[in-house]
Write a protein that binds this ligand. Structure first.
Ligand SMILES: [Zn+2]
Ligand SMILES: [Zn+2]
Length: 103
């Protein structure tokens, strides 16, 4: 289990509801966490799946890690993946393993 800054954040990220299987459809779901990018975002309820990345926790004020989204694309490009969201990428890039593992 990923450790978040506070219990409130962990709760909000885990919010699911019976009426909205897709969290982006649910007005009660406010934040999402993308493990592979280490990115926290506020869900924008515009019918799509967009979010605004946030730098600080709205509840406890903790500085959140900077999104590794750009680095993710750079590293995969270096491995020859020019369209990683559509390609079969190494397992470690599907979770936080690619930036957690140090060698
Ligand atoms: Zn927090
Ligand atoms: Zn709902």
């Amino acid at each position: 289990m990923k450790h978040h800054c506070c219990a409130r954040m962990s709760e909000m990220i885990a919010v699911t509801c019976d009426q909205h299987p897709d969290r982006f459809d649910c007005p009660d779901c406010l934040v999402q966490y993308l493990l592979k990018f280490d990115e926290y975002g506020l869900i924008i309820h515009d019918g799509g799946s967009s979010s605004i990345s946030i730098a600080y926790c709205p509840w406890c004020g903790t500085r959140l890690p900077e999104s590794k989204r750009d680095q993710w694309f750079v590293e995969l490009a270096a491995l020859g993946f020019d369209n990683p969201t559509e390609q079969e990428i190494p397992e470690r890039y599907k979770s936080d393993a690619w930036f957690m593992e140090t060698d």
